[in-house]
Design a protein around this ligand. Structure first.
Ligand SMILES: C[S@@+](CC[C@H](N)C(=O)[O-])C[C@H]1O[C@@H](n2cnc3c(N)ncnc32)[C@H](O)[C@@H]1O
Length: 321
């Protein structure tokens, strides 16, 4: 039978799709499934869009302050990056570290193609050895921690404000889970996108040429490809909306009409009303002082923060106490 023919990863995908689309009330899909090969490539394009200043702000801060950041670490360190994507911005940190030590760099990625791109991107840095883990964040970090040498500290990177994909409370819980894997003296460099005007945020998540729309719609295309569903992509549209209470931007896919979709590998038939949405991603925005509180609540101290003024964004250096 079809379902038994698919592997474990596909089985988990099918069961998450089933749970998210069969639930009463707001339908939703986990944002991690946005990143297959097509999604990871589209995300890379998004990071170059004029409307999406987040990646450039993050990159500016890393370029300007990498030397100071690495000087604040307890040496020697091994670097683990959660959700590295293409790893382009990480070059600044690895090159700065490479000036005073040979460094192991462990990107942890759920997307096979992003992990391969990251390994290609950074392979020319002489003093770095790259060992990639195609894993979920915490599973990968646990493996990295199991390989650490006695005297070595871990320096964990969680860049690009990926923390914003978690609800605020879940974000603090996630940081606490990271903290449990670390030991005192280890560090975490955390990117956080700061609050900004609604108009700017909506443009960032609903760009003029439709790359973010394609990124979002690709999730339905992926369900068609991998779970043999019959989503008619022309009958869904991408929307970005502000959630004022949550202080986040949400991406949804809205059904343009009443319709039924079949997803055989998830053993599911889903009814959509006209105007009904599937919630696919949240990006929470932060106040700069809020990060100090998040750090405290999760067992870290925020020892330094660097802010980009052009596109309000903070790079935060947290130390495990
Ligand atoms: C928003 S992108 C950020 C990429 C990069 N860090 C940057 O700042 O441009 C999130 C990345 O995390 C990866 N990712 C998402 N969920 C994940 C998970 N649960 N475990 C591991 N990687 C994940 C995605 O494949 C994607 O490359």
């Amino acid at each position: 039978m079809l379902v038994s023919a698919i592997n474990n990863v596909a089985f988990e995908f099918a069961s998450d799709v089933r749970a998210g689309l069969a639930r009463p009330g707001q339908k939703e899909l986990p944002s991690k499934y946005l990143y297959d090969e097509v999604g990871s490539s589209l995300f890379e394009v998004i990071s170059h869009l004029p409307e999406y200043g987040l990646t450039r702000a993050d990159e500016r801060l890393l370029r300007r302050h990498a030397g100071e950041i690495v000087q604040r670490l307890d040496a020697p360190v091994a670097v683990a990056e959660l959700g590295s994507g293409s790893g382009k911005k990480t070059r600044w940190i690895l090159e700065a570290l490479g000036r005073w030590q040979r460094t192991f760099y462990y990107p942890v990625e759920i997307s096979k193609s992003a992990l391969a791109a990251c390994e290609r991107e950074l392979s020319d840095i002489d003093s770095i050895s790259i060992v990639g883990f195609e894993r979920e964040y915490l599973d990968g970090l646990l493996e990295v921690a199991a390989h650490r040498q006695r005297s070595q500290h871990l320096f964990v990177l969680f860049l690009g404000s990926t923390i914003g994909n978690f609800d605020r409370d879940a974000g603090v819980e996630f940081l606490a889970e990271i903290r449990k894997i670390l030991v005192p003296g280890d560090s975490l460099l955390l990117g956080t996108d700061l609050e900004k005007p609604d108009r700017q945020l909506i443009r960032a998540y609903d760009d003029e040429i439709g790359v973010t729309a394609a990124f979002n719609l690709n999730l339905l295309a992926r369900i068609n490809r991998e779970l043999y569903a019959d989503f008619d992509l022309g009958q869904f549209a991408h929307i970005a909306r502000i959630n004022r209470e949550a202080r986040s931007v949400e991406m949804h896919l809205i059904s343009k009409r009443r319709q039924t979709v079949r997803i055989p590998a998830a053993d599911l038939r889903v009814e959509f009303r006209e105007g009904e949405t599937i919630w696919t991603e949240s990006s929470h925005k932060y106040a700069r002082e809020e990060v100090f509180q998040m750090a405290r609540e999760s067992g870290f101290t925020c020892q330094a923060q660097w802010i980009d003024e052009e596109w309000p964004f903070a790079e935060n250096l947290l130390t495990a106490e």
